[in-house]
Design a protein around this ligand. Structure first.
Ligand code: MG
Length: 375
């Protein structure tokens, strides 16, 4: 791996909360990645919704396959820009660990329930998973990851929450940037979901090819494919087009970011933190990506079939939250041991960690469908 001096370097990591001796065979970022892959939160991503609930079909993306796609795109960009691939991979694999079941609907519902108790935010929850909730090591809670991986996981954070997070919260107070590896994973996340949601949207029957031709980036790529392969069937045409959409976005981000790096000439990671965000799409491509995002929001995420699923999901989370608030003794002991009387946070931890089908099953078991909420 060839690294530029501005890349994150495990030799100069800002370290782990609990001191550990170095591994003979793996650098610190590889070790973080391995810890993430072996965590139980990572395995549960397999049964968590991306857009479609897991049981709607075996072909749709889940949080796990989404995270793998983000990791693959991140590694490619990191390699091109001579950043640290292992760090980019670790951040990408961990970036959605704190997601609730049922995708954004689950997060919105849990956030509403938690409003009086400090709210719920999935980025903060991902950090909570790796800092506290995983119970795999004798000497510490969580996974004891390096500062650089934790910094990358915490993509957004309010000023109020940042003040309680120590060193990893400081950049939100000082308005600084994270490492280039963290910056590029944010874009890889967007590129991955914009591309795979076209595929899943088409596969579900909700979005037709003809409709997709209204999106300029899709249309440009689709026309190039058709010109090259005039007799291509629709499925291959779609996949060739999505492949080219993904490639165009990745190519643009590598080119634009390289120009930014050439312009600002950062010498070390400390320079990256003080400069503006150097990982960017060109203005033209940013606009095209925005158009695609707006299309997906309007014609997929807000489609009545998806909305019906999300309304059900919101109700399940809300029912379960108030069920446990009314009787916290029903919570598993591992979730209450450190919370004192703050049961709301323990409930949020428990609910956020559930898979879709686990939440659906215990909602059924507790016969919560007919219950009215007392709050
Ligand atoms: Mg994501």
């Amino acid at each position: 791996m060839t690294l530029e001096p501005y890349a994150a370097n495990p030799e100069y990591t800002l370290g782990r909360e609990f001191n550990e001796s170095k591994s003979k065979f793996r650098n610190d970022f590889q070790r973080d990645r391995d810890r993430i892959i072996h965590s139980s939160a990572f395995r549960r991503l397999e049964y968590k919704t991306q857009v479609f609930v897991n049981h709607e079909g075996d072909m749709f993306r889940t949080r796990l396959t989404h995270s793998l796609e983000v990791s693959q795109i991140s590694r490619g960009i990191a390699r091109t820009l001579k950043c640290h691939e292992d760090l980019a991979e670790a951040i990408a694999l961990a970036h959605d660990l704190g997601h609730t079941p049922f995708g954004h609907a689950g997060q919105d519902s849990l956030n509403n329930c938690m409003k009086p108790f400090g709210g719920f935010e999935h980025n903060l929850q991902s950090l909570r998973v790796v800092d506290f909730l995983e119970q795999r090591y004798a000497n510490f809670d969580g996974l004891n990851l390096t500062f650089e991986t934790r910094e990358g996981i915490l993509k957004h954070c309010s000023f109020k929450n940042a003040k309680n997070l120590g060193a990893v919260g400081e950049r939100f107070i000082k308005k600084q940037q994270p490492s280039l590896e963290a910056q590029l994973v944010n874009y890889a996340d967007e590129i991955a979901y914009n591309s795979h949601d076209i595929d899943d949207g088409y596969r579900s029957g909700i979005i037709k090819f003809k409709k997709l031709m209204e999106v300029s980036l899709f249309k440009e790529c689709a026309e190039l494919v058709k010109k090259e392969y005039p007799n291509i069937g629709e499925i291959r045409w779609l996949h060739e087009t999505i492949r080219r959409v993904t490639f165009s976005l990745i190519f643009d981000i590598c080119e634009t970011s390289s120009l930014n790096i050439d312009k600002y000439k950062p010498k070390r990671i400390e320079d990256i933190r003080k400069l503006p965000n150097l990982i960017n799409l060109s203005k033209n491509m940013e606009q095209k990506q925005l158009e695609l995002k707006q299309f997906l929001r309007h014609f997929l995420y807000e489609h009545e079939r998806v909305v019906k699923m999300t309304d059900n999901a919101k109700k399940i989370i809300k029912d379960l939250f108030f069920h446990f608030m009314n009787d916290p003794s029903l919570l598993p002991e591992s979730y209450t041991k450190n919370s004192g009387n703050d049961f709301s946070r323990s409930i949020a931890d428990y609910l956020a960690g559930m898979t879709d089908r686990y939440a659906i099953n215990i909602h059924k078991d507790y016969k919560l469908n007919s219950k009215k909420h007392c709050l």
